[in-house]
Design a protein around this ligand. Structure first.
Ligand code: UDX
Length: 437
């Protein structure tokens, strides 16, 4: 089937390559010429494990073409809308300008019987509004809402083998046609038994923000327990293990530490609160304000802990920050807790050196004032304190003995509860972590 993908960011680029690997003829469109040029050369425009390999395989089949010209999408049966919906500069609401502009540009090239499948995360009510625009531009074309749940770092796997497929479609024959077209696109995952939920637009839109709100709440819940452990003398990692054994709770997403960041969870819970307010249901999700507050308090706590181990004087201290990406296996620094803590310490006068296996270029573009070091051993040399703020495998595998020779003081702060406390303390390190004695 010929499909188009509009917007080739983290979501769209992976979706386009994955759909091509499933045997579809894919046209990807983006207004960013640099991104399009990279993909045209078979290169991922950002770091995502497995994407370069997938692109190389797809390139050999000739099934993926990319363009900056929207007219290239003409004739596709399904058009996937994958543009970003960032937080607005003037508040918590989502900025829908990219969705609106892309939909208007696409409308001019839509034919009857074609399906527009929205994948971007949008405030509930957006799909109904876009459906009118689609119907007005191309009678016989239909809009479906098909939210995406991929995680960065696991995006290829999540796209090819999703936990579930959700279609929001209108009632009646047009909706059935849209669902049938999506079934054809996703024939391979469906054949593997992936559950498929067909519902209305508002439910499909809400599924996405509800899932992200739940995940954010789960993380903030365990981080709230970390705050309690800190004052009561408990160990949040043991607590998470113990409550996680209850299958109703589950151990996943109960890793206490510096909290969540990235391009999705923080802005999605804020946009959800803003939209609920508009709908007169702000009270229903007001707790997400607490979830957000608990999350950002962890960053302040990390700065406090660093100040404490440096004897109350951050000014002039040599601090090595390991990690700039918002999570491992990603080069994404959007709302990165690690970069935020590094910045706060630098503002307090610390000489901060930041290391990250993949995210240095993005971090430098955002915070050019910080000092960056690509060589891990160089980054550690002479440190008064080492802060592990993103749990890259490279950091988990550090040998505390070997690192101990490089630093000025054997002080390590484990912001992700990722290191072996016993191994580091045995090597003579002062080990401090969030939520643990
Ligand atoms: C998230 C959702 O998981 C995904 O389904 C949705 O499509 C997009 O948003 P992503 O932002 O890629 O995906 O990252 P995720 O793995 O969810 O992690 C989000 C943040 O939470 C990271 O900063 C991570 O470090 C943090 N986190 C995660 C914790 O602090 N503790 C945990 O236990 C899990």
């Amino acid at each position: 089937m010929k499909v188009s993908v509009i917007g080739l960011g983290y979501l769209g680029a992976v979706h386009a390559a994955s759909m091509a690997s499933l045997g579809h003829d894919v046209v990807g469109v983006d207004v960013d010429a640099g991104r399009v040029a990279a993909l045209a050369a078979g290169k991922a425009p950002f770091f995502e494990p497995g994407l370069d390999d997938l692109l190389a395989r797809v390139e050999a089949t000739g099934r993926l073409t990319v363009s900056t010209d929207m007219s290239a999408v003409a004739g596709a049966r399904v058009h996937f809308m994958c543009v970003g919906t960032p937080q607005r500069d003037d508040g918590n609401a989502a900025d829908l300008s990219f969705v609106d502009t892309a939909t208007a540009a696409l409308a001019a090239h839509l034919g009857p019987g074609e399906v527009v499948a929205g994948k971007s995360t949008v405030p509930v009510g957006t799909a109904a509004r876009l459906a009118e625009a689609v119907a007005a531009a191309a009678p016989g074309a239909v809009l479906a809402w098909n939210p995406e749940f991929l995680r960065e770092g696991l995006a290829v796997q999540d796209t090819l083998h999703p936990d579930r497929l959700v279609y929001g479609v209108p009632e009646g024959p047009a909706g059935e046609r849209a669902a049938a077209a999506l079934d054809e696109v996703y024939a391979a995952p469906l054949a593997e038994g992936v559950p498929r939920i067909v519902t209305d637009y508002p439910t499909a839109e809400l599924v996405k923000v509800a899932a992200n709100s739940f995940l954010a709440t789960k993380i903030s819940f365990i981080n709230a327990m970390a705050e309690l452990c800190e004052v009561a003398g408990g160990d949040v990692t043991r607590l998470a293990d113990a409550i996680g054994h209850d299958a109703r709770i589950g151990r996943r997403f109960l890793n206490a530490g510096l909290g969540f960041g990235g391009g999705c969870l923080p802005k999605d819970i804020r946009a959800f609160m803003a939209r609920a307010d508009e709908l007169g249901a702000g009270d229903a999700v007001a707790f997400l304000g607490e979830v957000d507050a608990i999350n950002t308090r962890r960053r302040a706590r990390m700065v406090e802990l660093a100040t404490e181990v440096l004897g109350g004087m951050v000014d002039g201290a040599e601090v090595t920050v390991l990690g700039a990406a918002f999570k491992p296996d990603s080069d994404d620094v959007r709302d990165s807790p690690a970069l935020d803590v590094a910045t706060r310490l630098a503002e307090l006068g610390a000489a901060v050196t930041v290391h990250d296996p993949q995210a240095i270029d993005n971090a430098r573009a955002k915070r050019p004032d910080l000092r960056y070091e690509r060589d891990l051993e160089e980054a550690l040399a002479g440190a008064d304190a080492v802060l592990v703020l993103t749990e890259w495998q490279d950091y988990k595998e550090l040998d505390p003995e070997r690192v101990g020779v490089l630093v000025a003081q054997r002080t390590v702060l484990d912001g992700r509860n990722a290191l072996s406390r016993s191994a580091w303390t045995a090597a003579g390190w002062r080990y401090r972590a969030l939520g643990r004695r």
